[in-house]
Design a protein around this ligand. Structure first.
Ligand code: 4AD
Ligand code: MG
Length: 478
């Protein structure tokens, strides 16, 4: 018999139909005559209820079936006696693939903390919460490709190992085959990278943007979607050392076009999630509502699905950095000394500032533009005021910065001058500068932090819970 996925059985199974399903036990409860097994195979948040007659299968066999035991079950679909589903499965044959000793299996059918599940990241996929998160993550990855493909953007694979520092922030993981102890050294005693695999120092990429610009200034519109790496020692709920980034780069786009694309793109993804992941979103929303109950009423956040609809349906606010500083300086928390970090024109906004703007002042997603040039990367287009660059950050409720992007400096002389000011070796970046030397055009792009976006869509609170195997300082166990 052909195996059916539980999702298919629940959506279209007919009473009287013979089916074969396979999966892992979530829970089992029983009476003297009959056992009820909730079976899940990952295809949906919902479990299929299996009815197993004690006399037929014997207590010995049924005793072997515990949470996470893997099973194949054949039987007839019968009308459900009230499990909230149309059908349940009356088992005629049960095969146990693998037992799971309840004394040893760490994830039992009770409420485990997310912290505990993080320590068991290798098994947490088997919980309802994490299976929902990873199904949504998959759907969003798929929707990203669909969005760009439908718009005629090309998916460009930029390198993971590079010799350049795209953001010029020095937060790179070195890649080397030299021995960690006693590496070959030069006469001056420095590590001799000429003897390393690539004959020079290399690192894991922090961003595919620079190579993306090479693609865009020929193919027109490209996007990257790959892992990026940052050795920033930030132990927060918003930072990973290894995260995935989506970086569209478009020739002939200026800052406004870039903003329009970012807003349309985010709304498209949210709409896709609402249309295709509603069961999982409802589950996560209920879970959150349970947690919110313990908070004082004024601190509770909007219900997850309402929040997604709100972002989908409302225009983002567009505001300059300079206006934002004014707003912050006139804010209650500033006047009452409630911000931890100072507010002054020229500062890099901290997440408390970003969240004030989004959650308290505007109460909408915000696109902040025209940041001071001294806090932004070398490649951004310099504005005529001599002080700011055509940068844009998209700020989201509960997250803060979700997108960072800009129009790029297309003028060769201005770009080289800026690189010199910032001590970025122009001679090593000759290949990048060639885009400005030969047929330069206005162009722009941005980077969406995939995990930050998944945090927003799932309503999860910690970035470690939306990537399968989080890499954070002192943590690379799995
Ligand atoms: O603002 P960032 O540093 O921008 C760039 O890397 C540009 N090259 C993008 C471009 O214009 N093509 O990073 C972009 C986004 C941030 O807004 C944030 O969402 C995410 O990447 N991000 C991180 N996410 C998780 N952990 C980290 N350590 C992150 N650093 C940045
Ligand atoms: Mg940024």
């Amino acid at each position: 018999m052909k195996r059916l996925k539980i999702k298919e059985v629940l959506a279209g199974g007919q009473v009287g139909q013979q089916v074969l399903v396979k999966g892992w036990v979530r829970t089992k409860r029983g009476s003297k005559n009959v056992n009820f097994i909730a079976l899940n195979d990952g295809s949906t948040i919902h479990n299929l209820q299996i009815v197993a007659d004690v006399e037929k299968f014997g207590e010995e066999l049924l005793k072997e079936i515990n949470t996470s035991t893997s099973l194949a079950i054949t039987g007839e679909l019968v009308e459900s006696q009230g499990s909230g589903q149309a059908v349940e499965l009356n088992a005629s044959d049960i095969i146990i693939y693998g037992k799971a000793d309840p004394e040893k299996y760490p994830i039992q059918p009770k409420k485990h903390s997310l912290e505990f599940l993080r320590e068991n990241a290798h098994l947490r996929f088997r919980t309802a919460t994490f299976s929902a998160v990873f199904r949504i993550r998959h759907a969003m990855a798929f929707a990203i490709h669909k969005y760009f493909n439908d718009k005629g953007f090309y998916y460009l694979h930029t390198p993971i190992i590079t010799a350049s520092d795209a953001e010029g922030a020095g937060q790179m993981f070195r890649v080397s085959t030299l021995p960690a102890v006693n590496p070959p050294s030069t006469e001056e005693g420095d590590v001799d990278f000429a003897q390393d695999f690539f004959g020079r120092p290399t690192n894991l990429t922090v961003s595919g943007q620079l190579e993306g610009e090479l693609g865009a200034t020929a193919l027109g519109e490209i996007y990257t979607f790959g892992p990026t790496f940052r050795a920033e020692n930030s132990n927060t709920t918003r930072h990973l050392a290894e995260f995935w980034m989506i970086e569209p780069e478009m020739a002939f786009y200026e800052l406004t076009d870039n903003m329009d694309l970012a807003e349309e793109f985010l709304k498209y993804l949210i709409e896709y999630a609402l249309e295709n992941c509603l069961d999982d979103l409802k589950f996560l929303s209920n879970r959150l509502q349970q947690e919110e109950k313990d908070k004082p009423a004024d601190q509770r956040s909007m219900e997850l699905i309402e929040k997604l609809q709100f972002v989908r349906d409302n225009d983002f606010v567009r505001c300059t950095y300079t206006e934002a500083i004014d707003i912050l300086k006139n804010s209650k928390p500033y006047k009452k000394g409630k911000f931890q970090f100072p507010v002054e024109w020229g500062i890099d906004l901290q997440s408390e500032h970003e969240r004030y703007l989004v959650e308290k002042h505007f109460q909408k997603p915000v696109i902040l533009i025209n940041y001071p040039k001294d806090i932004k990367a070398f490649y951004m287009k310099q504005n005529d005021d001599g002080k700011t660059v055509a940068a844009m950050d998209v700020l989201f409720p509960q997250i803060g910065e979700i997108i960072g992007g800009s129009q790029r400096e297309e003028n060769y002389d201005k770009l080289v001058a800026r690189m010199e000011e910032m001590d970025i070796p122009a001679e090593e970046m000759w290949w990048y500068l060639d885009t400005r030397r030969f047929g330069t055009v206005p162009h722009a792009g941005f980077g969406l932090g995939f995990e930050r976006f998944i945090l927003f869509v799932t309503g999860m609170g910690n970035i470690r819970d939306v990537i399968a195997f989080p890499r954070t300082p002192k943590n690379a166990e799995f």
